[in-house]
Design a protein around this ligand. Structure first.
Ligand code: NAD
Length: 353
């Protein structure tokens, strides 16, 4: 790729073990905040209170009614709570970051994000809101957090299943970045290195601090690549499936990813070579499947309760959204084969390639 456009995104990143406890106060000072809205889900509130204890006098309000996929009612409540504040401090997973983003979207307030999962939302200018069961997403520079404090100590409490699913979701950001619409040499380099760190972290399990540091670094790189490239075929499929049938976000990504890779592989040899090198395995489709199986990811979407007939319901929507410049042209029949294989959990290399 010798002709490309790349919009670099202006975030400040503070990364490292213990930084949430040692550096957060200084980062709040640097943003000049005196009246903070603290956003944290109920399960994240104890941690958020502990981290903000040194500047508790500056917490003007706390919003804990975080819900997955940011229902519009939640956004409205959070926006009302933000009145009179000068900083949104989010401590939590992608749903919590998403709630702060919904407030920033209408208020223009800056966000300082302290992520506790591997979602990656904290480095993207992408917002999502759900109204009457339909999720809408958009891009706006106002929702990109000004500062992100990444501390692998905070992911120690993630249950193993959530940690694996969230890490594989980050892996999907990296792999899809190789054929997403605004791909460029920078995003490819970032995604490739992200795969390397995520592979190391996921293969070792998230039990030890070094593995969690690898996973969080990989998640940061994954979010950064995704932020630049936008959604490729994989994310379009998962977005439509998840929205239509309320499937678990991260596990859906983990199941579908090897099938999209297998689908595109014959038409994207350079990408496949880089993904394989980063995964440390000559067959990246097999490597992803084996990694998923080791981490307890079901083989097929039917194990999530999806019915075979559901595939027909979403087929047209996915086809309409599929990126026009996907390396392999997406035909109705090709997409049908891909979806069916991902549903059945058959060998991706056998049926899809
Ligand atoms: P989540 O934020 O919904 O968190 C899942 C659960 O884990 C929650 O109950 C949460 O309280 C708990 N949790 C979070 N951190 C924890 C920790 N360290 N220890 C124990 N429990 C913890 O899930 P998620 O996967 O982080 O985020 C998913 C959401 O983020 C989706 O809505 C997705 O669409 C969105 N997302 C958005 C973007 C973007 O760019 N806008 C990117 C990725 C994901």
């Amino acid at each position: 790729m010798t002709t490309f456009t790349y919009d670099a995104l202006p975030s400040r990143i503070v990364f490292g073990p213990a930084v949430a406890r040692t550096r957060l106060h200084a980062e709040v000072d640097a943003l000049g905040a005196t009246r903070i809205l603290l956003v944290a889900a109920e399960t994240e509130t104890a941690l958020a209170r502990e981290l903000t204890a040194p500047f508790a006098d500056r917490i003007a309000a706390t919003f804990t009614a975080v819900r997955p996929h940011v229902p519009i009612e939640t956004a409205d409540l959070a926006r009302a709570t933000a009145t009179g504040t000068d900083l949104l401090l989010s401590v939590g997973g992608g749903s919590t970051t998403g709630t702060a983003k919904a407030v920033a979207l209408t208020s223009g307030l800056p966000i300082l994000a302290v992520p506790t999962t591997y979602a990656g939302s904290e480095v993207t200018p992408v917002w999502g809101l759900t109204e009457r069961g339909r999720k809408t997403t958009g891009t706006d520079p106002r929702v990109l957090p000004r500062t992100v404090v990444y501390d692998p100590d905070l992911t120690a409490t993630l249950p193993a299943e959530l940690s694996a699913a969230s890490g594989l979701n980050a892996m999907a950001h990296c792999v899809d970045a190789f054929w997403a619409p605004r791909r460029n040499p920078v995003s490819a380099a970032v995604a490739e290195d992200g795969i390397r760190h995520l592979t190391t972290g996921l293969s070792r399990g998230a039990a030890d601090a070094a593995a969690r540091t690898e996973l969080l670094l990989g998640a940061y790189l994954a979010g950064s690549a995704f932020a630049v490239t936008g959604s490729g075929l994989h994310h379009k499929i998962c977005h439509v499936l998840g929205g239509a049938f309320d499937l678990p976000h991260a596990r859906t990504h983990a199941i579908v990813l090897p099938y999209v890779l297998s689908f595109n592989a014959p038409h994207a040899p350079d990408a496949v070579a880089r993904i394989a090198a980063a995964l440390g395995h000559p067959d990246p489709v097999k490597a992803l499947r084996d990694l998923g199986a080791k981490l307890g990811v079901p083989a097929g979407l039917r194990e999530l309760g999806l019915r075979e007939s559901d595939l027909d319901t979403v087929h047209g929507d996915i086809l309409a959204l599929a990126p026009a410049d996907n390396p392999r042209p997406i035909t109705a029949e090709g997409l049908r084969t891909l979806l069916h294989a991902a549903w059945a959990g058959t060998d991706p290399a056998g049926e899809v390639a």
